[in-house]
Design a protein around this ligand. Structure first.
Ligand code: ZN
Ligand code: ZN
Length: 141
């Protein structure tokens, strides 16, 4: 199992522990771009996040199956997770060393604005390819 790491928001009020995997990915969908204010680079945690007592965590239900966690004080985007809690993808920017993760995948690549592109070599998936992959298992959650 991956090692426990601590993540924080910008103001530090939201502190949490996670077990992030080694590989991170970018989601170019419109919701992730609006929510993060940039490109959302995240890494899956092998366990649910555990927040420090009193953390002003806020949760925005953004779709039928997903919700987004952010700090109620500074507004930092922290994590996307399935509403049943089965999967949590944490912003790599929450961790002290975002460069530790291998950036291996870009999803919703067909939703990416055309005025920028990553130089990294990654696997890419379109919106249709992502939905075809997740719907059989999570669409009814
Ligand atoms: Zn904060
Ligand atoms: Zn997205």
């Amino acid at each position: 199992m991956a090692a426990v790491q601590t993540g924080t928001c910008l103001c530090g009020d939201c502190s949490f522990t996670a077990r992030p995997k080694a590989d991170a990915g970018v989601c170019h969908c419109a919701m992730c771009r609006k929510w993060s204010g940039g490109i959302y680079i995240s890494v899956e945690s092998e366990t649910p996040l555990e927040f420090a007592a009193g953390a002003p965590i806020r949760i925005y239900p953004s779709s039928e199956w997903g919700e987004r966690l952010f700090c109620g004080h500074c507004g930092s985007s922290l994590a996307w997770r399935t509403r049943d809690g089965a999967a949590t993808h944490v912003s790599i920017q929450c961790f002290a060393d975002p460069a530790q993760f291998n950036l291996t995948q870009q999803i919703y690549i067909d939703c990416k604005p055309g005025n920028y592109a990553l130089a990294n070599t990654t696997q890419t998936m379109t919106e249709a390819e992502v939905l075809a992959m997740v719907m059989p298992t999570e669409g009814n959650a």
